[in-house]
Design a protein around this ligand. Structure first.
Ligand code: SAM
Length: 486
């Protein structure tokens, strides 16, 4: 006979845990300490509240708690899912607690959010979700708070997720309702909608986009050309990507265990980022010799890793520039295999805004992968949407414009600049390009879509905007700019 455990997973009877079989803790001790996976998820929420990054903190917490396999997956799903969907859970908690979440002690609010995610966002049976969360509250918040958590979670169990959606969105305008149901800040939903429309995509797909943002991204690997192959990655369980000719999707397992990833012949990289780097190498240039390539904002080196391999194959030298020393070090680490194989790469730390003046008309291909809000990669960073504010956009667009101007100065006549962001926000994409181009008569924007073929649904051009819900990639923006002869 099968039974469900406290996390709602079904186990065959033969493998059901016998007392003491998997745990060296006594039952009384287990009760006192709470479930280690839930505790790790709670610690994650507290660290993120303190300014930490989930993708850096979670691996440390899992290691410290000795969690692996399904326990680690449960803790990660619980922690990341709660961080993503808290924009929906908070109004539910407010109704059930009868007070604004801002008046709830933050460590108790973290416990409540985890409880609500188990009840409304995971298939954990209600009794297990409630009793385990109350146990967690007792150990991390104290007995008094545990009573409050118990009372709130009991009220949450009185309705289904859909009933709560109806309750917390009643009377709201449609965009506000979508923002609550799919847990995005409203300003982000408005920006995404504007970008869909400006890029020729129906606004009817907005909800699909928000759902895609809430769905963990697949782990995609890149086989750096000349260093590894998709076939090599397939031997370790990866499946060739439908999107990138050098990509493979790893459905399970730790990419760090794959030798090619360990020695930087391959790497973890979103398929959209792969397509962008391939497009930079694929564009036609009409300079005398296509020998000098520049990655102006290279850290931590994902696109440089692919570009270095492609430059080597095409007989060019890559200069990878990055403003932060720490991130320059990361570029150096990811380029080890390319350099060992003979690729000519120069790695430098410097402000990309100076390169145009220091090295005018020097490079044949320049990639400006500009610092941006990252609104196109929300599925990868569970807390990112809550950290960004509308006030972040304007200063970034100033920097983006200056970097693009510098890149355009640094490229040779006949050469190309690719302006790229992992944000679809119009102010960071179309507007930066059109404002910079308005001040120059030596640059022509060209149709970038042929560089992404055979990918379909590339919009009206000339720029390309990729989308998670259409292409299965991060929402990368790509504009192709050519310096014309004077
Ligand atoms: C979107 S990331 C680049 C990602 C990288 N191309 C990759 O694929 O791994 C933007 C980078 O620009 C760097 N950056 C910010 N300001 C810069 C500047 N003024 N000059 C050069 N790089 C800058 C940031 O430190 C960050 O590493």
């Amino acid at each position: 006979m099968a039974e469900r455990d406290a996390r709602g997973r079904q186990r065959p009877a033969a493998r059901t845990q016998k007392r003491g079989q998997f745990s060296t803790n006594r039952p009384s001790q287990r009760r006192r300490d709470g479930d280690p996976a839930r505790r790790a998820a709670w610690d994650l929420l507290r660290r993120v509240d303190g300014g930490g990054y989930a993708n850096l903190e979670m691996p440390r917490l899992l290691r410290a708690a000795g969690l692996s396999g399904r326990d680690a997956a449960f803790a990660t799903e619980l922690g990341y899912g709660t961080l993503r969907i808290q924009g929906f859970y908070d109004p539910v908690i407010e109704l059930c607690a009868g007070r604004p979440v801002g008046t709830i002690d933050p460590p108790v609010l973290s416990t409540l959010r985890l409880g609500v995610h188990q009840l409304l966002g995971m298939r954990v049976p209600a009794h297990a979700a409630a009793s385990e969360t109350v146990g967690l509250a007792r150990s991390v918040n104290g007995a008094g708070a545990a009573g409050f958590v118990n009372a709130v979670l009991r009220r949450v169990t009185e309705r289904t997720r859909d009933e709560w959606v109806a309750e917390v969105t009643a009377g709201r305008d449609p965009l506000e309702a979508l923002a609550i149901e799919h847990s995005h800040p409203e300003w982000v939903v408005r920006a995404l909608r504007s970008s869909l429309l400006a890029n020729g995509v129906s606004a009817d797909t907005l909800e699909d986009l928000l759902i895609a943002d809430n769905t963990p991204a697949p782990v995609t690997l890149v086989a750096r050309p000349g260093l590894s192959t998709v076939q090599e990655l397939e031997q370790f369980g990866a499946v060739a990507s439908d999107t990138s000719p050098v990509g493979a999707v790893l459905e399970s397992g730790d990419p760090g265990e794959i030798p090619a990833v360990r020695d930087t012949r391959a790497a973890v990289q979103d398929a959209g980022s792969q397509l962008v780097a391939l497009a930079v190498a694929r564009a036609e240039v009409t300079t005398r010799a296509d020998q000098e390539w520049l990655d102006l904002c290279a850290g931590p080196g994902g696109k440089s890793g692919l570009l270095a391999a492609l430059a080597h194959q095409q007989g060019a030298v890559l200069f990878a520039n990055e403003v932060s020393e720490h991130r320059t070090e990361l570029v150096r680490k990811t380029l080890v295999a390319a350099i060992d194989s003979g690729a000519e790469v120069m790695i430098g730390t410097g402000d990309g805004r100076d390169i145009g003046a220091e090295e005018p008309d020097t490079y044949d291909r320049v990639l400006v992968d500009a610092p941006c809000t990252g609104l196109g990669a929300l599925r990868r960073r569970p807390e990112a949407r809550w950290r960004r504010t509308p006030g972040d956009v304007a200063p970034l667009t100033v920097l983006q414009g200056e970097l693009l101007t510098s890149a355009l100065d640094a490229v040779r006549p006949g050469g190309i600049v690719a302006y790229v962001t992992c944000s679809p926000h119009l102010a960071e994409t179309h507007q930066v390009v059109s404002e910079v181009l308005a001040g120059r008569d030596d640059i022509r924007q060209e149709d970038a879509r042929p560089l992404f073929e055979p990918l379909a649904e590339l919009g009206p051009g000339p720029s390309v905007q990729l989308w998670p819900h259409i292409h299965g990639t991060d929402a990368m923006f790509f504009a192709l700019l050519r310096k014309v002869a004077p």
